[in-house]
Design a protein around this ligand. Structure first.
Ligand code: ZN
Length: 154
């Protein structure tokens, strides 16, 4: 288990386009493991590799329906619209309203290198869009409205 330090907003790696993974090596699998551990340790619902300082196209997501790991993810289709509150482990304490597609179809590779296609709706669709944005150097605050500090609830 390896929990990594999360790269915070202001770091240039979060603004770079992440590189596609050409070959799934033990190093790539270790990165996926570290990303998973880091996401769970921080109670996140998703994490992209640039957030642990690695500019590669890797994401992990768990919105409560189990772990999804995807290599070189790509959105094939979008449908509908949803508006909801988002935050990001790289921008602690900040939330905002983000308009996203309500449903997405995403293609990528799993850790065995097999192509997988995921159809997602609701929160999972939101998580896919947020994490794939990270791979393009886009942060939710770029597209959010009503950005504000999260108020701690006692
Ligand atoms: Zn994020």
């Amino acid at each position: 288990m390896a929990v990594c330090k999360i790269v915070k907003e202001g770091s240039s790696i979060l603004r770079k386009k992440a590189k596609p993974v050409k070959k799934i090596t033990p190093y790539i699998l270790k990165l996926l493991d570290d990303m998973r551990d880091t996401m769970y340790a921080n109670n996140g619902v998703g994490l992209a590799a640039p957030q642990i300082g690695i500019s590669k196209q890797l994401i992990v997501i768990d919105t409560g329906e189990g772990l999804i790991e995807m290599i070189n993810p790509e959105i094939l289709e979008k449908e509908g619209e949803q508006i909801g509150v988002e935050g990001c482990l790289s921008i602690p304490g900040v939330i905002g309203e983000v308009k996203r597609a309500s449903g997405v179809k995403v293609k990528g590779l799993n850790r065995e290198g097999k192509e997988i296609v995921c159809k997602a709706k609701g929160l999972l669709a939101r998580a896919f869009q947020h994490e794939i944005d990270h791979l393009k150097g886009i942060l939710f605050i770029d597209i959010a409205k009503d950005i504000r500090r999260e108020v701690a609830v006692k």
